[in-house]
Structures are given as structure tokens and as C-alpha cells.
Design a protein around this ligand. Structure first.
Ligand code: SF4
Ligand code: SF4
Length: 487
């Protein structure tokens, strides 16, 4: 008889007056968070490789409902092909799936989801669910489009003991994703220990590399069982001179990065590729050089394209490295032609073109702003910098306004519940200087309830000292004079 479990792709989480179904996304997938009534979480907790009849029976005993009433509430979630809305609770696809030998079974108990009041609106989580930890800002390359705040920060480093403590606490408080970032993760002395510990705790570190890996490192990566999710490799062109202009490297980098990909294939390690288009590789020849190189590769699982964005910390001006709309158009058409020929078993998506907010009408801005994705920084996520300082989002780095704590001196929960973190999330309108439209905006409360604004984009558009300015898509946002757009 078939047995069922909660889809291992999702985790359940309780937050006092609501529960959540959260995707355990892998590299380059989008996180989903669904809010559900805790009673649903209680019911779901029974699906631990059990027949549906037994689950319905146990739930009906707990809730004093008939088995058919239970079935009508939860049966729809077995193998559901599409999202389901049940009252104020929303469910992603495939919540409950058939159990197959070897699948991970979460050991939830219904008592994990007890509640007094219910409030199914989004609010700040009672502990972070997402942690990104930047181990080091050391790199092996100096990309022209680098967005990292590397200057003067490359030597900053946390000890292994501090990281051990952070990972232990993350596990204890129920953090769902713990990812590693750099710089280059493998330039952190002791990365193997950290990856081993993360895997041991059920996390996938999901690294992204630009530095060539040696065969020993690839073998180590496999031994650590870190290969569930693909490694992300950056490769912008297979024309050596162009690559060297972009990365500011010299021989034997090219041969070594090519060898890395050959070695990943040899050792059957999955990888995805990220190509950043900029003024040195925005030609069909560059992209065709990569298509030639990657076709027929078995372990390439995805290939993503982006146009280089303006960086806040780069010593180069954006105009010195950005591509143009004119160059992106034929590249998009070329990628479509590759898709038609079915050269790769996945679709190549043309790079997204960043919107020029200055050219949008009020109505367009209004629609964009209303439908903006919520800022997860400080809502459910934190970003740990290499010296243990905690900020709310990767690209804010050491901007003092957004530093909410220091993990060399505090625990994760102390940082999360600190006055600095809470004051930043529940930012008082009276603390916004008068020169920002937010200071007297009648929609302030609604805007800052939980969705907030993209602070990173605001800093990019108006400068780091104007952190209190509106979201770039807000209809009240002032004209952006900085060069941050493609033309
Ligand atoms: S971002 Fe726009 S809507 Fe939000 S508070 Fe500022 S001005 Fe108002
Ligand atoms: S500041 Fe912007 S980029 Fe950072 S988490 Fe928020 S929405 Fe995302």
C-alpha cells in the first residue's frame, strides 16, 4: 500500500500565530513561503511514510473530526498539481507525495504547531530561516563588473570556532537554508570543515566559484557529499583574450578553468554556469564560443545569462564595463535559435534588461511598486559578513545603517531580537529625514508593514548616504541621476 510524506522539498515552520511551508530551494531557484493555519501544519505532521488512511485516522482522533472530514481538508494536498488556496491558507504544489525508499522524512510532531491566536498575514519571523554566510572576500580574479565591497576587506576572517557556534545555533533555531558565499569559498582556510558540518546538519552550501578547482578539491567535494545541488561556475566567454580582459587574470587561468569543467564532467559532478554580459563579451562570437564548449556536456544542468549591473563599490565607472541594449538584442535572438535547435536539454533565457525607472510612467511605476517582491532581509534572512558582522542583505556589506549585530560577540537570536534589528525593520517614519518623500508619505505604514523596499537599489540609485530614500519603483521616487541603466 502506498505511503506518504511531506514533500522533502518543503520544510514546515511555526511562528506562534501562523505556520509556514517553505521551499528548501537549491542553487538559483526562487524561495517560496506559504502561510498556513497551524491546524494544517498539525495535520501535515502525521505524514511520515504512512498510508493516507492511517494518517486520516490519527488526525481524526486528535482533532475529533470524522475521517471523511479530515480527508476533505487534507486529501487535496496529496500530489496536488497546482497551488491551492484554502481560506487564508495557501499551499504550494505537491505538498504531500508518495514515499519512495531513501527519501528524507522530517520528524515533526503536531505539538510543534500549537497556537492560541491565529494571524495569517505576513510578519517578521521569530527567527531567521535563511542565512547566507560570506566566508571571505578573497578572490582569484578581479572582474571588471565586481559588485563586492572588497577594498580593505579582503583580510577579514572569522575563526572556525565562531563559525562552528553559528552553525550549531542555526540548526538549533530551525534555520532552513544556510549557504556559503565569497569571494571564493575555497580560499577560506578550513572550508572543508565548514562544508562537512553543514552537510552533516542537512544543509547544502551551494557555492559559486570563479577560481579553478583542482582535481583534489573536486574529489574532496564529492567525499563531503556536497554534490546534491550543482556547483555554480562563472564563465563569461571561451575567447581567452576577452576572458582575461574581464577577469584581469593571466595564464594559465584559461586552461585551468577549462580543465575544471572537464574534471567536473569526469567526476560526474553537476554544475550550472553563469555568464555575465559586459562590454568585453557582448558579441555572438563570445556566446558561440561558449555554446561550442558546453554542447554535449552531460553534467551541465543550467546556464544563466545576466547583463552586468552597476556596482556600488567598483572603482570603474558603469559606462566603462556595461553592455548596451543594441548588443543584447542579437544575443537574445541567438539564444532563441540555440533553443530551437535543442542543443541543450534546458532552455537558455535571454538576459533580463534592467528597467529604466526614469522612463516609466506614474501608472507603470505604481503597478511595479504594488507588485514588488518583498524584501526578505531582516524579515526572514540575515547575511553574515566575513568578520562576523551581520547585515540584512548581501550588497549592503558594511553600510553602518544596516549592520544589526556581530556574531563574534552575540548569538544569532541576540542579533535577531536586538533593538538595532527591530528598529531597522519597524523603522519609524519620524526618523526619515525631510528630504525623502518617505518622511511624509501617507502610505508609509502599508509600505513598511512587511514588504519594505529594496534598500540595495535605493543605495544604488541615490547613493549610500541616501539610504532613507524611496524604492526606485515607487511612484514618489525622485529622478535618478546616477548612471545605473543600460542604453
Ligand atoms: S517608498 Fe514610496 S510608498 Fe514607501 S514610504 Fe517611501 S514614498 Fe511612501
Ligand atoms: S535589499 Fe533588495 S536585494 Fe536585498 S534582500 Fe531586500 S529586496 Fe532583496
Amino acid at each position: 500500500m502506498e505511503k506518504y510524506i511531506i514533500n522533502p522539498k518543503y520544510a514546515l515552520r511555526h511562528g506562534g500565530n501562523k505556520s509556514y511551508i517553505i521551499s528548501r530551494q537549491d542553487n538559483a531557484e526562487i524561495t517560496t513561503i506559504n502561510i498556513i493555519h497551524p491546524i494544517y501544519a498539525m495535520m501535515l505532521s502525521f505524514f511520515k511514510a504512512i498510508t493516507k488512511e492511517s494518517a486520516f485516522q490519527q488526525i481524526s482522533e486528535l482533532l475529533h473530526l470524522s475521517a471523511s472530514q479530515v480527508e476533505s481538508k487534507i486529501g487535496l494536498l496529496i500530489g496536488n498539481d497546482s497551488p491551492i488556496q484554502a481560506g487564508a491558507s495557501s499551499f504550494p504544489p505537491q505538498v504531500i507525495v508518495e514515499y519512495k525508499e531513501g527519501m528524507k522524512i522530517d520528524q515533526y510532531k503536531y505539538s510543534d504547531f500549537l497556537y492560541n491566536d491565529v494571524d495569517l498575514t505576513m510578519s517578521r519571523f521569530d527567527a531567521p530561516i535563511d542565512i547566507i554566510c560570506n566566508l571571505t572576500l578573497q578572490c582569484a580574479t578581479s572582474c571588471v563588473y565586481c559588485y563586492a565591497d572588497r577594498k580593505g576587506n579582503q583580510h577579514k576572517r572569522m575563526g572556525i570556532e565562531t563559525l562552528d557556534k553559528i552553525i550549531d545555533e542555526a540548526k538549533k533555531i530551525g534555520v532552513i537554508r544556510f549557504k556559503l558565499m565569497g569571494g571564493e569559498v575555497m580560499l577560506y582556510d578550513g572550508w572543508e570543515h565548514i562544508v562537512h558540518k553543514l552537510i552533516d546538519y542537512g544543509y547544502q552550501p551551494d557555492i559559486s566559484i570563479k577560481r579553478p578547482m583542482t582535481e583534489e578539491e573536486i574529489i574532496k567535494w564529492k567525499e563531503l557529499k556536497a554534490t546534491t545541488n550543482p556547483i555554480q561556475i562563472s564563465l563569461d566567454t571561451a575567447i581567452k583574450e576577452h576572458l582575461y580582459q574581464i577577469l584581469q587574470v593571466s595564464d594559465p587561468y584559461f586552461e585551468k578553468i577549462i580543465e575544471t569543467i572537464n574534471l567536473l564532467e569526469k567526476h560526474h559532478v553537476k554544475y550550472i554556469v553563469h555568464t555575465v554580459l559586459n562590454r568585453y563579451n557582448d558579441s555572438i562570437d563570445d556566446i558561440a564560443s561558449l555554446v561550442d564548449f558546453f554542447k554535449n556536456r552531460k553534467y551541465l544542468k543550467k546556464w544563466m545569462f545576466d547583463a552586468a549591473k552597476c556596482s556600488m563599490y567598483n572603482s570603474l565607472k558603469y559606462r566603462d564595463y556595461k553592455t548596451s541594449l543594441e548588443k543584447l538584442k542579437p544575443i537574445g535572438e541567438y539564444l532563441q535559435s540555440i533553443n530551437k535547435q535543442k542543443i541543450f536539454p534546458f532552455e537558455l533565457k535571454s538576459p533580463g534588461i534592467p528597467l529604466n525607472h526614469n522612463k516609466l510612467s506614474k501608472q507603470q511605476k505604481y503597478n511595479l511598486f504594488e507588485n514588488r517582491t518583498m524584501c526578505t532581509g531582516n524579515l526572514d534572512a540575515i547575511y553574515i559578513l566575513p568578520d562576523g558582522k551581520v547585515t540584512i542583505c548581501e550588497e549592503l556589506y558594511w553600510h553602518p545603517k544596516f549592520i544589526i549585530g556581530d556574531l563574534t560577540k552575540q548569538s544569532i537570536m541576540e542579533v535577531w531580537n536586538s533593538k538595532k534589528a527591530r528598529d531597522m525593520f519597524f523603522l519609524n517614519q519620524s526618523s526619515i529625514p525631510d528630504d525623502s518623500p518617505c518622511s511624509n508619505c501617507p502610505d508609509y505604514t502599508e509600505c513598511r508593514k512587511y514588504k519594505h523596499i529594496c534598500w540595495r537599489d535605493t543605495l544604488l540609485g541615490y547613493g549610500s548616504e541616501k539610504w532613507y530614500y524611496p524604492d526606485l519603483t515607487c511612484p514618489r521616487a525622485p529622478f535618478i541621476t546616477k548612471d545605473i541603466y543600460l542604453e
